[in-house]
Design a protein around this ligand. Structure first.
Ligand code: HEM
Length: 278
């Protein structure tokens, strides 16, 4: 297979998404989470973190407790990396998020190759840059403003919780947000507004919000989106206008995957360019 044939890589990623014995039968959601956590360490002021470098390969970042469970996503992608050794992990992880969203019925997201993997731990960002789900709107804003997102983009990105589930042994939270967690949709926003959510301690003693049957869940940070007067209008918009959500999600997710990727003349991501901005 020719180096640079990203369509071939996309096809290979599609093939590993169905995983009969894993979660809801799909690797899709955890691949989206990998792409987000690989990118969400960015810090706008210092230019550090972000998807370039694939620094989650190194112990310090892999063991950040926010990244618990992402070893599954990285392992699902191992055969693809073996098949296409020329693609960097940083391109593969971000591309897998894009392919998974499309595969699950979501929008097409612009994606550019060129990220370069770091060869040592020099640029591993510190732990603790990813959001803490036990917190509220101030914390959400401090994390996402650091990444360079505004309130509208924060709500659009949060719509990724249409996908997948929480795992007690990974995050302490339990359950899916929506009844069909492997189909991309705006159901999450509809449920945030319409369901009766009650606060309760789950089976491992962590406080979360559940619906009447305790089948669906919301995190404290999800609930903050309907409590906060600036976030809530965006939740209402996306609940009522699926097309607007898809369009805004695609733009914000594409922007997320480019964070910290400073491109040289040939589109290759350059570490030294990012450092030069410090
Ligand atoms: C799962 C927190 C934003 C995508 C989770 C889980 C937590 C969490 C606690 C459960 C992990 C587990 O137990 O396996 C948060 C917080 C956010 C946030 C606090 C912001 C305030 C986002 C964003 C995206 C995203 C921006 C993507 C654009 C996902 C996906 C899953 C997930 C797809 C499901 C993973 C799976 O099924 O394995 N998130 N998240 N999240 N998150 Fe988020």
């Amino acid at each position: 297979m020719a180096a640079g044939d990203y369509n071939a890589v996309r096809n290979a990623i599609r093939k590993i998404i169905p995983q009969a014995s894993y979660d809801d039968g799909s690797a899709g959601p955890v691949l989206v989470r990998l792409a987000w956590h690989a990118s969400g360490t960015y810090d706008k002021k210092s230019g550090t973190g972000g998807s370039n470098g694939a620094t989650m390969r190194f112990k310090l970042e892999a063991e950040d407790e926010a990244n618990n469970g992402l070893e599954y996503a990285r392992k699902f992608l191992d055969p693809v990396k073996k098949q296409f050794p020329w693609i960097s992990y940083s391109d593969l992880w971000t591309l897998a998020g894009v392919v998974a969203i499309e595969y699950m019925g979501g929008p097409d997201v612009d994606w550019k190759p060129g990220r370069v993997d770091d060869v040592d731990e020099q640029y591993v960002p510190p732990n603790g840059r990813l959001p803490d789900a036990t917190k509220g709107e101030d914390h959400i804003r401090s994390v996402f403003y650091r990444l360079g997102f505004n309130d509208q983009e924060i709500v659009a990105l949060s719509g990724a919780h249409n996908l997948g589930r929480c795992h007690g042994e990974r995050s302490g939270f339990e359950g899916p947000w929506v009844p069909m967690p492997t189909r991309f949709s705006n159901t999450y926003f509809k449920l945030l507004l319409r369901s009766q959510w009650h606060r309760r301690k789950n089976s491992v003693g962590v406080e979360q919000y559940n619906d009447e049957d305790n089948e669906l869940m919301m995190l404290p940070t999800d609930m903050a989106l309907v409590k906060d007067p600036k976030f809530k209008p965006w939740v209402e918009k996306y609940a009522n206008d699926k097309d607007a959500f898809y369009k805004d999600f695609a733009a914000a997710f594409g922007k997320l995957l480019e964070l910290g990727v400073v491109r040289g003349p040939e589109g290759k991501a350059m570490r030294q360019y990012a450092r030069a901005k410090l």
